[in-house]
Ligand binder design. Sequence first.
Ligand code: PBG
Length: 432
Amino acid sequence: MASTIVNIPSTVPSVKGFENQNYVGLRPISSLKFNSARTSIFGRSGPLFVARACKKFDGYVKKAEMSIEECEAAVVAGNAPEAPPVPPKPAAPVGTPVIQPYQLTRRPRRNRKSPALRASFQETSISPANFVYPLFIHEGQEDTPIGAMPGCYRLGWRHGLVEEVARARDVGVNSIVLFPKVPDALKCPTGDEAYNDNGLVPRTIRLLKDKFPDLVIYTDVALDPYSSDGHDGIVREDGVIMNDETVHQLCKQAVSQARAGADVVSPSDMMDGRVGAIRAALDSEGFHHVSIMSYTAKYASSFYGPFREALDSNPRFGDKKTYQMNPANYREALVEAHEDEAEGADILLVKPGLPYLDIIRLLRNQSPLPIAAYQVSGEYSIIKAGGVLKMIDEERVMMESLMCLRRAGADIILTYFALQAARCLCGEKKLT
Ligand code: PBG
């Protein structure tokens, strides 16, 4: 019988800022190099993982000079073989007070003593499979940098986008969400371009599904990129955002996206009753298999500024406070969550992310549904800016912020860091 020997080192290589790796289901990376028992994929050399099949344990068990019985007899006779002594207690610096140790029944530091122990007791894990990568697309052929979001681009839907999706998939990120920059000439007060089957988003979905059939495509359902008023809904003469008329448009938008091949439609508009209406519209067109991720608790936040610059989607007047939630409110998130659950949402989303960890935890505790967190543009830009100014370690703060969103209860995270963070988790980036 063939047997397998697996040697795993006691200290697993660390992700920058974290003690261990927790990721699964990665696609093979072309840069992975295994040379026999050594590998450098984690930016270090050294034996990491050896899997060997052999007939017997030959070469593994050293040829014995004494039988087991002889060894045992020697120990019984008091002639135990030598083993290294316990090392002497390391010296404390001169001047350290000499004291009686405190009588503590619990010393929580014991479980944090070494990298291996810390890895054993780590409660939360993070993997590229948890990320959804938001991507900005436009009709152009070139990729244009977004000033307020260093590292992010409006991608040409036919070239830059496809390349970026391929890069993400290479490190295990197989979910994206699309945000279109719509030409001004196609915008109108009722946002009709939102349900043009040959519009930028449906066209892009068809192209991506053709190239990557197993890619998971999320779409944004809201009128703002298509509205000449820059609002998520239809604006009445007196400035009121019309609820039910907007929902009617959103249903057409969601069905158009589903027809193109979207896997998950994500209403981010915060109109009342839109989840139930979209569910009914999808089902009546035969799209029972298309999921709804509802932006359940979306706050009227100033953290969306860079995103609105990216899409040129700032409201032309007023603000979004009559539909997005008041950042001061906690219990109101439960009202929204109960509605979305009852109306058939498949995933509940909280947005923004880091400043709203309590809301993520609230929904996690109150609902059996998967919870998504959106680390929004402003959160991303703050971390990037801090890194550029050398005020913080960008990658450590990035990984910590994502881990904290997971710890608060998010199953998936929409984050502009998806590719960069996945590369860190895969060890593609050099670790320090
Ligand atoms: C609009 C929408 C917004 C974001 C996602 N969908 C902006 C807004 O509500 O004004 C923001 C995302 C981000 O800031 O990263 N429906």
